[in-house]
Every structure is written in C-alpha cells, then in structure tokens.
Design a protein. Structure first.
Length: 148
C-alpha cells in the first residue's frame, strides 16, 4: 500500500532503476508515517562512509507522543537499511554524470515501512514537455475508447 508518493520526482527525473529499502524510524515516527504525515518533496539519498541516508525527508510530529518527542527534529537524516552490495551498486551508478538517487515513494508492506529509492537522471525542459504531451494524448485516447 502506497503511503505517499514523490510526484515531482517523476516529473523532473527519468527513473533508470528502482530498489526497495527499509528505513530506521522511532516508534512515534512509524505511527506518524502510517497516518500519512510525511513529505518527500526535496529529499534525496546520500552515501556516507558506506551507509545510505535520506536527507530532507519531513516526518511530522506524532501528537499523542508528546512526552517522548520534546526535542524532535522533523527533517533529520534517517538511515536506509540496504545490503552492502546494493550500496555498492548505487555508488557505481552515481559515478555516471547527471545521475542521482532520490526516494520515489513510501510503502507499507506487511506492517513494515519501506522506501522505494530510484536511481534517476534529470530531464531537460523539452523532455518534460514531451512527457506532458504523451500523457495528454493517452488521456484523450482512453476517453475516446470509453465513449465507444
């Protein structure tokens, strides 16, 4: 089940490859994410000393857990749970110019919070226009098929 999606990422980037990763969260953060109080806009993944971290992901404070969250920072860095060979694969792909890693969506699989991470390449302005034209064409085509 998709909890939230980074729609801007699909518009600004071309997704080359995706992989699923766990994320290290505290108890109140898990409850807040399951309620949908998370924002992926502007977030990205960085590899530091052999570990993958999500930066700038905003998870709102879970209000019933006030006592445990006195000095809670909603934009703190969070660790991604990946195997070493997956991290090495990401590092190898990042060597290509223009390639970056961003979170695409957050999923709830069997009660576990997962992040779908995408290895992406930025689109040019004319590529964005082309994808908008294709999407509009598909909508019109589907609408005509439904009417007949």
């Amino acid at each position: 089940m998709v909890i939230t999606k980074n729609k801007k990422a699909y518009h600004d980037y071309e997704v080359l490859e995706t992989l699923s990763a766990g994320i290290a969260l505290s108890g109140p953060e898990v409850k807040s994410v399951k309620k949908g109080n998370v924002n992926l806009k502007g977030s990205h993944v960085s590899i530091e000393s052999g570990e993958a971290w999500i930066k700038n992901m905003h998870i709102s404070r879970y209000l019933p857990a006030k006592m445990h969250q006195m000095n809670y920072d909603p934009g703190q860095d969070r660790k991604l749970l990946l195997k070493k060979n997956e991290i090495n694969n990401i590092v190898g792909k990042l060597a290509i110019p223009g390639v970056t890693v961003i979170p695409l969506c957050i999923l709830n699989r069997k009660g576990l919070i997962k992040v779908e991470v995408g290895i992406v390449k930025g689109k040019k302005k004319y590529d964005k226009r082309e994808s908008i034209k294709k999407r509009e064409f598909e909508r019109r085509k589907n609408k005509l098929y439904r009417n007949y």
